[in-house]
Design a protein around this ligand. Structure first.
Ligand SMILES: Cc1cc2nc3c(=O)[nH]c(=O)nc-3n(C[C@H](O)[C@H](O)[C@H](O)COP(=O)(O)OP(=O)(O)OC[C@H]3O[C@@H](n4cnc5c(N)ncnc54)[C@H](O)[C@@H]3O)c2cc1C
Length: 387
């Protein structure tokens, strides 16, 4: 059976323009106060905690969540605008973007009422950082090969094993982690995995930092030794977490953060090209701009589907695949085009070069994080009934 793809054309409603102005004004103030510098991709780390709380005060974390948990009951399209502006400005969102994007919605859907009441309002205030514990040394794309296990003990579970590539685990308050609670069955190799809410301060957890090419040290290998998790920290169905993972990934894969990570290379190139660029530079800039515009329309369309309560898994995978390929190729393309631009008297060229150097080093990871290109294409093919 072939399944039709739907990317309904959608324009952001007028209320989003007002919100965009508010977010821009807020970010401009933060930049003016020296909280972060959009020209320096990794600036702002030291201020990320306080920044998260100020974003929380504005009501921009958990915007789509129910009011009874502190959320704003606003639309996915409004949330889209906030995320987009934060990405373009390269604001230090690391404390809250995981909980806002996927852990919070997962808890709303599958967490116990007590967990929702105790965790979500604090997350909305920007007080909690979450990380994602899926990948393991022997299992990345193939999550159903997860070996880290949770075994029954009185009043809960004991976790043992290790997770790897866990972004921000060293500073996270909580992880939503996938652990094996039973072996797979013959009929269903996806059976036997359970999601747990893990308080990262629980004894028995050790985070070992792993350096990245960019010089950042956000990655971790997280070791678990007899880590006690109370029963009410099981998220969803015991042995049935595979049913939950797909909706979580639709949230993870389609947002503007999936094509704007190196956007600064295009913005910087446009700046150094000046008002009357060489015809080849103008053509290159035009092409890149048209491409990012198209990606954006597709991504907004997915946000519209999430708004309608749909699970656009295939469409989200397409946005992620095309988006990460685009943002991965962008720094190299920007470098080629910049060679056609005459040197200037000011330091703008040097600043562009510094920025580009970071983006070139960040580019290889983009088609791996959040699902590799090859794996996404498998999902797309299956969704289209081709495999
Ligand atoms: C910046 C970054 C941040 C990350 N953050 C997190 C995080 O916070 N939490 C977390 O759990 N994980 C995280 N990851 C891990 C990431 O999700 C995995 O690395 C990714 O899923 C790939 O797994 P792997 O590295 O084990 O590679 P493998 O799965 O071993 O893949 C190796 C190669 O084989 C290909 N391949 C694998 N399976 C198939 C298939 N079925 N068909 C065709 N080709 C295939 C892949 O495309 C890849 O090229 C992060 C990764 C990066 C780069």
């Amino acid at each position: 059976m072939t399944i039709a793809l739907r990317f309904d054309p959608l324009r952001l409603p007028p209320r989003c323009q007002e919100l965009r102005r508010e977010v821009r004004a807020f970010l401009a103030e933060e930049i003016a106060n020296g909280v972060f510098d959009p020209e320096h991709p990794e600036s702002g780390s030291a201020n990320a905690d306080a920044f998260a709380r100020r974003v929380g005060e504005r009501g921009w974390i958990g915007m789509t969540w129910p009011k009874k948990y502190g959320g704003g009951e606003r639309s996915f399209l409004e949330r889209y605008v906030v995320t987009e502006e934060m990405c373009i400005a390269r604001a230090p969102t690391r404390r809250f973007f995981v909980v806002d994007r996927q852990s919070g919605p997962t808890l709303i859907r599958y967490g116990s009422e007590a967990i929702r009441q105790s965790i979500l309002p604090r997350a909305v205030r920007g007080e909690l950082c979450f990380c994602i514990g899926m990948s393991e040394p022997g299992s990345g794309s193939d999550l159903f090969a997860v070996q880290s296990r949770a075994t029954r003990t009185e009043g809960g579970w004991l976790l043992n094993g290790s997770k790897i590539w866990t972004s921000n685990a060293h500073q996270a308050d909580y992880m939503i982690g996938l652990f094996r609670t039973a072996p797979p069955t013959k009929e269903n190799r996806r059976h036997g995995l359970t999601s747990f809410l893990v308080d990262m301060k629980t004894p028995g957890i050790v985070c070992n930092r792993i350096g990245m090419m960019t010089g950042q040290r956000d990655f971790n290998e997280v070791a678990f030794t007899d880590v006690f998790i109370p029963d009410d920290h099981v998220i969803g169905e015991i042995d049935g977490a595979w049913k939950q993972a797909t909706s979580e990934l639709a949230y993870e894969r389609s947002g503007p953060e999936r094509f704007l990570e190196t956007y600064g290379a295009l913005a910087g190139l446009t700046r150094i090209a000046g008002a009357e660029p060489d015809v080849r530079v103008a053509a290159g800039l035009g092409r890149l701009t048209a491409q990012v515009h198209t990606l954006r329309r597709m991504s907004v369309s997915v946000a519209g589907m999430l708004e309608q309560g749909r699970e656009p898994v295939v469409e989200a995978a397409i946005v992620k695949d095309l988006g990460t390929l685009w943002e991965q190729a962008l720094p190299q393309r920007a470098r080629e085009l910049s060679a056609l631009i005459p040197a200037s008297d000011d330091d703008s060229r040097e600043r562009f070069g510094q920025r580009l150097s970071y983006y070139l080093k960040a580019a290889p990871k983009l088609t791996i994080q959040g699902g590799t290109t090859e794996v996404l294409r498998g999902i797309i093919a299956r969704g289209l009934g081709l495999r």
